[in-house]
Design a protein around this ligand. Sequence first.
Ligand code: PMP
Length: 388
Amino acid sequence: MQVVDKMNRLGVESAFEVLVRARALEAQGRSIIHLEIGEPDFPTPKHIVEAGKKALDDGFTKYGPTQGLPVLREAIAADVFASRGVKVGPEHVCVVPGAKPIMYFALMALVQEGDEVIFADPGFPIYESMIRYTGATPVGIPLLEDRGFSLDPNVLREKLSPRTKMVILNSPHNPTGGLIPEKDIAEIAGMLRDRDVMVLSDEIYRRIVYDGTPVSISSYPGMLERTIILDGFSKTYSMTGWRLGYGVMPGWLVNAINTLMVNSNSCTASFTQIAGVTALTGPQGCVDEMVAEFKRRRDAIVAGLNSVPGFRCPKPAGAFYAFANVEGTGMTSKAVADLLLQEAGVACLNGGGFGKHGEGYVRFSYVNSLANIQDAVERIKKLSARWT
Ligand code: PMP
């Protein structure tokens, strides 16, 4: 027996692979500074953990509605209104285990062979993987360093075709930290408003931003009915392991997403959802403090990487990734990332794992203490004798 052919179209996320390699080196006694995985190093805020514990004691340990608990869907709809100014009801919200399933379900429900899906390259690897899995054709838009890694509306205009069924936006962006400016979002909205196209707007890093303000394309005239907002609790509330995310979408799509949910997960864990209500309605100071700390780290890592011979690192506007150009080393980005892990004990990711336009770059997740970030920079500087 063997797995079916279309399994070969699925890709992987290199962050999880590098994490395993880094842990194996640690098990041999090596000192490793982890800058590879995309999850905040902060614990889940205490009041959210307490709410989860109480929910377990209160018996939220059973199946719940496939679409998500009404109390959480109400809280999400209110939060989406407060943050984006778009009026949606709980009936537009689908709660799922982590934000990732919204990508999977939206693509499964909306595209097939013969369709084209536009996405940013470099970008979150699961987009292209899932597009290929559905049989649709991925159409990448290169993100360029000199545009702050922000998607160029003029290139989008050229790539749109009668076969385009979906456009995936992600701002702030993984792996570059780039932000799409408001005027570009407005231009993209104007371009898509009258087309038969859906936008998957991945807004998972919406709260983690230092310069500028992310705007949701859903807030432009005519766009709410063409947009699936993807968001969740993993990054904002440091809840990656709780597996709690959601999509906000037009009513006609909800049934299809629920059908995919009932065929795969049945429902999202109930106690997790109760903790999610507390996350959204409780004090938000924990988020502000985390973002302030990320900003200090961003400034430190960008300055540090720019002092490494052969490296050049633009300042990212959001998320918690520094995307450094390493072409000046004369090595491939994969060789640099491998060398950094093996010789310096600095775990990071080859930008090429995020698409062909990520070649020449290395992604550093600054989800580690300032002291460890400074240590990592010193280790890289010491190693740079190898390429200078
Ligand atoms: N979108 C992007 C751009 C991400 O970087 C991630 C996680 N790395 C996700 C979605 C998935 O989030 P979750 O862990 O909640 O499924």
